[in-house]
Design a protein around this ligand. Sequence first.
Ligand code: AMP
Length: 172
Amino acid sequence: MTADQLRSLIRDVPDFPKEGILFRDVTPLLLDPGALAAAVDLVAAPYRDAGIDRVLGIESRGFILGAPVAMALGAGFGLVRKAGKLPYESHSVSYELEYGTDTVELHVDTVEAGQRVLVVDDLIATGGTAGASVELARKAGGDVVGCAFLIELTFLEGRKCLDVPCHVVLDY
Ligand code: AMP
């Protein structure tokens, strides 16, 4: 399955979750088993020989893609969650939103010092969440090899928030 076939399975939802936002909805793609397998394969592809120890998936659609990417790479999977959701002792990083701040957390035992980490999410918009996730991995002593996304909203220039290489399958 080609990247353009995957693109045709992403639904555009105008004005969600608020007016002026065009939401790129991946749920039709997830319903198609061939497309789901291809999406995982294309997100993981550049890292097959990269010696990744941990894939960190960002809540919540990053969990859906991140776990099978971790399996494809022979890596462990860890969860980056919004503040207050993780049960165990956690590292915490806050980042700026248009109005206010948000916080993401990572269990302290998810990444060990020196481990090679890949951060995965379905989509990079402003890059704030991914940037904070890279910082979380580093707080734990991880060596962040890169960030991988199914979709990039290029006009928002979210890559500028990342000081690691960024791999994207579909750009808008
Ligand atoms: P950001 O921190 O701005 O890069 O936001 C990234 C997070 O918000 C990702 O977890 C995305 O799933 C979600 N997100 C932001 N904008 C959109 C959009 N237009 N369509 C779908 N998801 C989005």
